[in-house]
Design a protein around this ligand. Structure first.
Ligand code: PSV
Ligand code: MN
Length: 396
């Protein structure tokens, strides 16, 4: 592939950051607080804008409604603030898991008043999306049961189905709805949308604006994510990704930190589809990571640079050679096509791409010398002390 084509593909490769990834978060066993962690939407947006400033490829920040908005407050101010930091608001994530009423689920709850509560929250979330000019509502449900017999699985399916259909039709024109799946956690016996197949069926039944969201951490060990991705693209049902990595379950580790070759293979399937004429331009690339150990802005820069490198490698696969090897059923030659692209050092190419955008060649190094983290740590600690508290925002 020539350099200009690669650079054009990199220009189009935007990675959306999660607002919650800049806040103090932890595990159910506790949080380790960081002085520079963001505790307001203003601070989260400033951090996301900073990552974009150094990487040049993160023009949007996803928001989580209950963590980032107060009901009744004008959401357009948040969009204006994002614009001041050189970014826009991306996916709007309603929250169907935190309210006390959701103990036995949200839309699948047998109690109709709880389902209505969830419905009102969805309508508020659509209104927020309109106000911030976002075209994406991203749905994840913690719904499920912990014990056999706790509830009727098929009835819960029917409730989910009804809600998604109704919500699909309430979306504004041009808006889309992404449906995420997760095999377990917090529900440990059965989860109402447990895998890509169920998400696919619900999305398909809801209507054309609904697509599947693949969170790379939400798979059982050994599952072949690139196969799922290739299948969904072919069905025109892949809406987007939540990037992260995991060793065991949904660990929210840095994308590519455990298995970069698997992440590369996922990008390969996207590029294969694109080269075969499929429209992949609507796929949303989003990060869903909450760092408990790493400094948050640094971790996001590391993530985004990794995503760009793996994507560039997937672009570099010699698809002419690959097709030829496949036609000859030469498995070794075919596999070598992937391996030689994966092992190509693309750092210099990316540095050149950044130079063309007046960015520093090494985003992490440049960010570190900027002194941003030390400065915001001082400012945020002072603000928190004046408020008389520590970090406020939630688990993620
Ligand atoms: C759930 O584990 C999830 O992946 C969903 O995308 C949520 O919105 C996000 O994490 C919140 O942390
Ligand atoms: Mn997710």
């Amino acid at each position: 592939m020539d350099r200009d084509k690669l650079f054009a593909l990199l220009d189009a490769f935007a990675v959306e950051l999660p607002s919650w990834g800049f806040a103090d978060t932890g595990t159910r066993f506790g949080k380790f607080l960081q002085p520079a962690a963001a505790s307001t939407i203003e601070e989260k947006i400033a951090d996301a804008g900073t990552v974009h400033q150094y990487t040049g490829c993160c023009p949007r920040v996803a928001v989580h409604v209950l963590w980032d908005f107060s009901m009744g407050v004008d959401a357009t101010a948040t969009a204006d603030l994002a614009a001041k930091h050189g970014i826009r608001i991306g996916a709007v994530n309603p929250n169907f898991f935190e309210d006390q009423v959701y103990k036995f689920g949200s839309v699948c709850n047998p109690d109709e008043s709880v389902r209505e509560h969830a419905h009102r929250h969805m309508m508020d979330s659509i209104a927020i999306a309109k106000a911030v000019k976002s075209d994406t509502i991203s749905l994840w449900f913690a719904d499920g049961t912990n014990y056999p017999g706790q509830d009727e699985i098929a009835s819960r399916k029917g409730r989910m189905h009804g809600a998604l259909r109704q919500w699909h039709d309430a979306l504004a024109p041009g808006m889309k709805m992404l449906i995420e799946y997760k095999p377990f956690d917090p529900a440990f016996y059965h989860t109402d949308i447990t895998d890509w197949g169920m998400a696919y069926v619900f999305a398909k039944d809801a209507g054309r604006k609904a697509k599947v969201l693949v969170d790379t951490g939400h798979h059982l060990p050994g599952q072949n994510i690139e196969h799922i991705v290739a299948f969904l693209i072919d069905e025109e049902m892949l809406g987007g990704f939540h990037f992260n990595d995991r060793k065991y379950a949904d660990d929210d580790l840095t994308f590519g930190s455990i298995d970069p070759y698997a992440a590369f293979r996922t990008f390969c399937e996207i590029r294969n589809a694109a080269e075969a004429g499929k429209d992949v331009s609507g796929i949303a690339y989003m990060v869903d990571q909450s760092h408990n150990l790493k400094p948050k802005v640094e971790a996001m820069i590391q993530t985004v640079v990794m995503a760009q490198e793996l994507y560039a490698k997937a672009c570099l696969v010699d698809r002419g050679k690959l097709r030829d090897a496949q036609a000859r059923t030469n498995t070794i030659d075919a596999e070598e096509c992937l391996k030689s692209a994966f092992f190509t050092d693309v750092k210099a190419l990316l540095a050149e791409w950044r130079k063309g955008k007046s960015l520093e060649a090494d985003p992490l190094g440049a960010y570190r010398v900027s002194g941003y983290e030390a400065r915001v740590a001082r400012e945020r600690e002072a603000v928190r002390a004046a408020r008389g508290g520590t970090s406020s925002t939630s688990y993620a």
